[in-house]
Design a protein around this ligand. Structure first.
Ligand code: 6PG
Length: 479
């Protein structure tokens, strides 16, 4: 019997579409799904004329694969991944390759990579982005884990990934949980981009009084410029969608955002790493606040008011401001996201290829955008700037956008419309570009109530001082 190049476990939306992509690119595959009915439906719809073999058990799947076996798990992150690995293990041999293509937590991936390495199994955690269409026609793939697996799987995954200028959106990212870590950051950035766009839509509708078609026209136009991106593109499409009664569908959608956890992981990781990832964290908080619908309804009755609208004559000026605010805030978000990855790379000993990461997000994934090409250029500079905000190109861009950004945030504040991502990004920017900030006061307070000491600007920077604030006012230099 001809053996398959790869076995896929899990024929949900992503698993099924990756299977079709692999098959379309000429890879013979075997598929297994716990619920046999799903496998039958998949084969009924797509099996005709394709080199796809069905396995009726995990053991059967393993028996259909060439050596070393390559098995891609496309099951829900968490206990299901653990269970499938346990069930597969008795049938695997040293050198076989197990790939987890779900949104697994990178620390779980790291642990599985270690545990499986001890059994001779090469474990790969691979972030897969792009939703249904991406999986089918070219996803962005973020593999990491057992480097020994890469030569075997490289061709297969680089072939099915999205391509930009002849380069596949799939590069090896490092050992352990590196691949799933980068996917986690991708998702955090996705949360931030989505929140920024939602805030801009809300301001357009409620502060500027724009119709949905006018909003859609705006996003479509923006998609032809600096803001060109998948999320901006689909926002135009979403705003044009009408319900059966002809009204904009979005106005009938419950304003409670769901989340599966990757945004929270990103924010938690940033806190652990002491990286100020304010925008993505605000985006997570905004989803959490949105979930308190009944409480918000009561608060609206008690505290709410209908926002006033700007005069029609000022709309064009504010639309330009919103464009600039979206662009500048997005730049802050990516600056923070890359800061976090840089910190994680140091902590985990990963040589994360930052420029390649920007490139592999340029197509196939949810955050794909023109902007990522400029980020790649920044990481190609010698020396690499300390952060994207200090890159000469981005510094000039953000300065150009600054006036509009402030106008947009003032619009939100003045009209009582929440824009936490736009405004926290501006606060970060103002804090970041401030050579002498407000923390001198915090240090003085800490020293006053708790003798926590402070350092001085005008004396030996390594020395610590304490002032007897509540006593005679004298200062002591600590040994
Ligand atoms: C992707 C997405 C995807 C994610 C969804 C939903 O890259 O294709 O990031 O992996 O699962 O976007 O995420 P939330 O339910 O957390 O919004």
């Amino acid at each position: 019997m001809t053996q398959s190049a790869i076995g896929i476990v899990g024929l949900g939306v992503m698993g099924a579409n990756l299977a079709l992509n692999l098959s379309h690119k000429g890879f013979r595959l075997s598929v297994y799904n716990r619920t046999a009915a799903l496998t039958s439906a998949f084969m009924h719809a797509h099996g005709q004329g394709r080199a796809i073999a069905v396995a009726d058990s995990l053991q059967d799947l393993v028996s259909q694969l060439g050596s070393p076996r390559v098995i891609l798990l496309m099951v829900t992150a968490g206990p299901a991944v653990e269970a499938i690995i346990e069930q597969l293990l008795p049938w695997l041999d040293a050198g076989d390759i197990l790939i987890d293509g779900g949104n697994s937590y990178y620390q779980d991936t790291d642990r599985r990579w270690r545990e499986l390495a001890a059994k001779g199994i090469h474990f790969v955690g691979m972030g897969v982005s792009g939703g249904e269409d991406g999986a089918r026609f070219g996803p962005s793939l973020m593999p990491g884990g057992a480097a020994a697996a890469w030569p075997t799987i490289r061709d297969m995954f680089q072939t099915i990934a999205a391509q930009v200028d002849g380069l596949p959106c799939c590069q090896w990212l490092g050992d352990g949980g590196a691949g799933h870590y980068v996917k986690m950051i991708h998702n955090g950035i996705e949360y931030g981009d989505m929140q920024l766009i939602a805030e801009v839509c809300h301001l357009m509708q409620h502060a500027l009084g724009l119709s949905h078609d006018a909003m859609a026209d705006c996003f479509a136009a923006w998609n032809g410029g600096r803001l060109e991106s998948y999320l901006v593109q689909i926002t135009a499409l979403i705003l044009r969608q009408r319900d059966r009664d002809g009204r904009p569908l979005v106005d009938s959608i419950l304003d409670q955002a769901g989340q599966k956890g990757t945004g929270v992981w990103t924010a938690q990781d940033a806190l652990d790493e002491a990286v100020p990832l304010t925008l993505i964290t605000e985006a997570v908080h905004a989803r959490m606040l949105s979930a308190r619908k009944s409480e918000r309804l009561a608060a609206a009755a008690l505290l709410g008011s209908v926002p006033t609208r700007v005069p029609v004559a000022q709309r064009a000026m504010y639309l330009d401001a919103l464009h600039d605010a979206l662009y500048a805030a997005k730049l802050v978000s990516y600056t923070q996201g890359f800061m976090l990855m840089q910190s994680a790379a140091t902590k985990h000993g990963w040589a994360l290829p930052f420029g390649d990461i920007a490139l592999l997000w340029r197509a196939g994934c949810i955050i794909r955008s023109r902007f990522l090409g400029d980020i790649k250029n920044s990481f190609a500079r010698d020396p690499v700037p300390p952060s994207l905000l200090q890159d000469p190109f981005f510094a000039a861009e953000v300065k150009n956008a600054e006036a509009g950004w402030r106008k947009a945030v003032m619009l939100a504040v003045g009209h009582g419309i929440a824009a936490p991502a736009l405004s926290s990004a501006l606060a970060f920017y103002d804090g970041y570009r401030c050579a002498y900030g407000s923390s001198n006061i915090i240090q003085a307070q800490r020293d006053c109530f708790g003798a926590h000491t402070y350092q001085r600007l005008d004396r030996d920077a390594a020395s610590h001082f304490h002032t007897r604030w509540l006593g005679d006012g004298g200062e002591e230099k600590l040994p």
